[in-house]
Design a protein around this ligand. Structure first.
Ligand SMILES: Cc1ncc(COP(=O)(O)O)c(C=O)c1O
Length: 530
């Protein structure tokens, strides 16, 4: 029997997921009943005293008291002291089942001993960094090439964000073209040019505080899954500098929160071929989590460039890299000297021996133990259990997964978009707050999630861990109820509105004088097959 190679056993029915998500977003919110929420919040006051002390003090020196984007700060952040396998412990010795897993890099589970030992060995012999070449750089590059043959050459960097910047620079240098097109709502790090259409499709520069207009002037977004909108951008761009690259998260924006039909990536590949643009796969999340061949192996699509992050160093610092066609990656040739043709990149700590050794041993261990598949099986079990709870309590919530990436949509905030700006303005804040509450409630039951709506499973999530987690999820989900008018904070929050740049949705709608129906096209297009 063929051994399963990818964490996704069976590709989900995208139309069915969208139908459920559509239903969810049309429903009134179902937040946690107020008295139960008070009980969940009491946990933090009573049992997280040391965390509160530490993070209150941190607020004096660190903006907001917490530095990681994915750390909860409602009602206040918890301070973590220990991590091992499926669990973390906070400064008050409370134990949690950890489905954040640092945002995805630790498919082997947290603080996996064989990788830690290999890192210790490396530290004993040469320390973390010398600024010169180390054999582990070669070993890691060779390994990545073996696992993903489309990566003919590989350049290690410090983060996913940096790697996206580098890939775009190389794409422009190589093609001599100007525009970069991304999918609305997708996340490709926080560089000036990529803080565009962030989280919510169609919002263009909504989050671009501190970023000059010129920095994102050559960035465009198209509505998730709308190949015709992408084609329109490509056609128009031909007349004004061309498209250097199309960049996608291969499972769909926000790690598959808006999933793609199975053939979407292949179709984008064809469009890129037709218009001479490079295809960049951002595999920061999918790279090795989906399987050792990444999303490109799973979908059978060969990108020109691949972005790495997270798993590339197995959870150790300085996780980033870009690889792909040799003729493009050669633009990064480093060392002293170089030609005027090169795309300049660098970094004091990039490709340091510690990161390369950690990545090399973590990837080998993942391959040896079949970790992506085991983590995927845990994701399947978790999803099936959540679906059963949702059904038992007759909730409109939606649970689905792509292997070890599990989505639990309860507030539906990620499904709002710019096609309905009034709904977006009215509901963004209250739906976001509901998500905060869900995340805090899960945590009070000993569950850590990513922003209250996503979970990463790991090889350490045995059936026992998942079954225990499901009991805890049930405690929270069973407390969700229809919102009743006048229920304190909810009523106040729900009448707040946001200021959105209504007149400035960027190039989302592909405004063009000869195509006044562009918005209607998008409406008709936005569903797979639509
Ligand atoms: C798909 C994707 N691309 C890029 C990034 C940015 O990577 P980093 O946080 O290492 O800068 C992330 C981070 O979560 C990501 O999920």
């Amino acid at each position: 029997m063929d051994q399963q190679q990818y964490a996704i056993r069976e590709y989900h029915d995208v139309n069915e997921i969208y139908a459920k998500l559509d239903h969810l977003i049309k429903q009134p919110m179902r937040p946690i009943q107020r008295p139960r929420m008070q009980e969940f919040l009491a946990y933090f006051e009573n049992q997280c005293k040391r965390s509160k002390e530490l993070t209150d003090e941190a607020k004096k020196y660190i903006p907001g008291g917490v530095q990681h984007n994915l750390a909860f700060n409602y009602p206040f952040p918890i301070a973590v002291e220990k991590a091992d396998g499926a669990y973390v412990w906070d400064a008050d010795q409370n134990q949690y089942i950890d489905f954040l897993q640092a945002g995805g890099p630790t498919v082997l589970g947290s603080n996996y001993a064989p990788v830690r030992e290999a890192v210790f060995e490396l530290l004993k012999s040469c320390g973390p960094v010398t600024g010169l070449f180390h054999e582990y750089e070669l070993k890691l590059a060779q390994l990545v090439h073996r696992l993903m043959p489309a990566v003919e050459m590989f350049r290690m960097l410090g983060s996913g964000t940096e790697s996206v910047m580098a890939a775009i620079r190389a794409a422009r240098a190589f093609t001599g073209k100007k525009y970069v097109i991304k999918v609305g709502g997708a996340y490709h790090g926080w560089s000036d040019q990529m803080v565009y259409g962030l989280h919510v499709p169609g919002t263009g520069r909504f989050e671009a505080a501190g970023i000059p207009r010129s920095a994102s002037a050559a960035t465009q977004e198209f509505f998730p899954n709308s190949l015709s909108a992408l084609r329109r951008h490509l056609i128009l761009n031909r007349l004004r500098g061309g498209t250097a690259a199309v960049i996608v998260e291969p499972l769909g924006p926000e790690s598959g929160t808006r999933p793609v039909p199975f053939d979407f990536n292949q179709q984008v590949r064809q469009l890129c071929n037709e218009f001479g643009a490079l295809l960049i796969f951002d595999e920061v999340v999918t790279g090795f989590r989906l399987g050792m061949g990444g999303a490109q192996g799973f979908f059978g699509v060969k990108p020109d460039l691949t972005i790495f992050g997270k798993c590339i160093t197995g959870g150790y610092p300085m996780a980033g890299g870009v690889g792909g066609r040799a003729e493009v990656i050669m633009r990064f040739a480093a060392g002293i000297g170089g030609t005027g043709e090169r795309a300049y990149i660098g970094g004091t700590l990039s490709a340091n021996p510690l990161s390369c050794a950690a990545g090399y041993h973590a990837l080998l261990e993942m391959e040896r133990t079949n970790a992506p598949i085991l983590a995927g099986q845990a994701g399947d079990r978790l999803t099936q259990g959540l679906q059963a709870i949702i059904q038992a309590y007759n909730l409109p919530f939606v649970a689905y997964n792509q292997g070890s990436i599990v989505h639990l949509e309860t507030s539906g905030v990620m499904l709002l978009d710019f096609r309905n700006p009034i709904k977006l303005m009215r509901e963004l804040k209250p739906r976001k707050h509901m998500l905060e509450e869900m995340g805090a409630a899960y945590m009070s039951q000993g569950l850590i999630t990513l922003a209250g709506s996503r979970m990463y499973t790991s090889m350490a999530d045995t059936n026992e861990v998942i079954d225990e987690a499901l009991k805890r999820f049930e405690q929270v989900l069973s407390a969700c109820d229809v919102l009743h008018r006048g229920e304190g904070v909810w009523h106040e929050q729900s009448i707040q509105t946001l200021r959105l740049p209504l007149g400035d949705p960027g190039s989302f709608y592909v405004r063009q004088p000869d195509d006044p129906d562009a918005v209607d096209h998008l409406r008709a297009d936005h569903r797979p097959g639509g």
